[in-house]
Design a protein around this ligand. Structure first.
Ligand code: MG
Length: 400
């Protein structure tokens, strides 16, 4: 397809939508050669198990995600059912996003395996949108042995529609203006047009996006109500929504997955102290501080929750961060004392530039200790000082 032409009037953005192909299923086939070329689903094998992902071989039988595994089995007698390895998928996802970030900081994750990238400002350095899409696809294939499909367009809506058109292992570039691309597609390709809306549109003879675009506004409004205006905009290929980079960029956080689940309060408490110290050191290195402290907790069954606290003032010292984080965790633990914890994280958000008032009142004691610690750990790397509790478990009655 033609590449996006330069438009002298409106400054066109270049947006990529990257979507890994049958992500969990492809990771399983990559890691286990015996599974390649075979119909498989990733999901729970139990009576109420649901398909989390289906390989392309399984999709040929009409199997898709969110379908009960029992139903998938009836559709394909030879179906292989592979248990979910979420930790592995999360790690591969991290590697995939690391590839995205080589080309732009404007990455908005939609899920573990899908993201929007705004590469408008990256073109000088990395070539056209199509070039960047090709480089990303190649890097994913060569380093991770997986395939991704990419849509390249001037906005999110068009990029998302495009990435889905040539799956798996596809690259689709939407021309500008987009009408020749968009008009022949069925209306169901538009986000939010489900079966019901499609049926209603069919009653007035609308089956393609082109049909929809040519409808008078009033007619659509009486048929679809408040969604009509948005739909008619999309049918024209218009979508102004910006790519919003992931929340991580607006916070500084550290998290750790544990090989063996943590089941004791003291062990968790020590981990939080160490995570808080890592966050504090990074904040000070960046010269920023933050007012909201967050604790992230992931249980052994992958339930993930977070608790946060807004402080009176923005902080960057280990003591304030760890006091808040440990307090949040302690309150949660009191109600859930029998949990097995797989991951803990500490984050600080609502960031702003640090403005130390050392000259007015003299540095606070905590700030002096942290500064000293930072200087020592810079010199001795990991052999730096640690809070005493990290070295020796605290006695139970010492806890706050
Ligand atoms: Mg996908």
């Amino acid at each position: 397809m033609a590449t996006t032409a330069a438009d002298p009037v409106t400054a066109l953005r270049t947006i990529l939508h990257v979507d890994m192909d049958a992500f969990y299923a492809s990771v399983e086939q990559r890691d286990n050669p015996e599974l390649r070329g075979k119909p498989l689903v990733v999901g729970g094998a139990g009576a109420r198990g649901v398909v989390a992902a289906a390989s392309y071989e399984a999709r040929r039988f009409g199997i898709h995600s969110a379908m009960p595994v029992s139903r998938a089995r009836r559709l394909c007698a030879d179906l292989l059912i592979v248990p979910n390895r979420m930790g592995v998928y999360a790690e591969v996802s991290r590697q995939v996003f690391e590839v995205f970030h080589r080309y732009t900081p404007l990455v908005e994750a939609l899920s573990l395996d899908e993201a929007f990238l705004d590469v408008t400002a990256s073109k000088k350095l990395h070539g056209s949108g199509t070039d960047i899409a090709t480089k990303i696809r190649r890097a994913i294939e060569e380093t991770l042995n997986l395939t991704a499909s990419v849509g390249v367009a001037s906005n999110k809506f068009l990029a998302k529609v495009a990435s889905d058109l040539d799956k798996p292992d596809g690259l689709t570039v939407v021309p500008h203006p987009p009408q020749p691309f968009l008009d022949p597609l069925p209306v169901r390709r538009i986000w939010g047009v489900g079966k019901k809306a499609a049926e209603r549109l069919e009653t007035i003879g609308v089956t393609t996006i082109g049909d929809l675009r040519r409808q008078p506004d009033g007619r659509l409004r009486s048929l679809l109500g408040r969604h009509a205006d948005r739909l008619s905009e999309l049918a024209q290929g218009l979508d102004e929504r910006p790519v919003v980079p992931d929340r991580e960029d607006k916070s500084v956080s550290h998290e750790q997955t544990y090989g063996t689940d943590l089941t004791e309060f003291e062990a968790c408490d020590r981990q939080l102290l160490s995570l808080a110290a890592a966050v504090g050191a990074r904040l000070r290195r960046k010269g920023i501080c933050g007012q909201v402290v967050r604790v992230k907790i992931r249980l052994s069954d992958f339930t993930t929750l977070s608790r946060q606290l807004s402080l009176h003032t923005a902080v960057d010292d280990d003591q304030s961060i760890s006091r808040a984080a440990r307090g949040l965790f302690k309150r949660w633990w009191r109600r859930h004392p029998d949990c097995a914890i797989r991951l803990l994280g500490v984050g600080v958000s609502q960031l702003k530039e640090s403005q130390r008032q050392d000259d007015l009142f003299g540095p606070s004691e905590a700030a002096t200790i942290d500064k000293l610690k930072d200087r020592i750990s810079e010199r001795f790397q990991d052999a730096g000082l640690k809070p005493a509790t990290l070295v020796k478990p605290p006695a139970k009655d010492q806890d706050e």
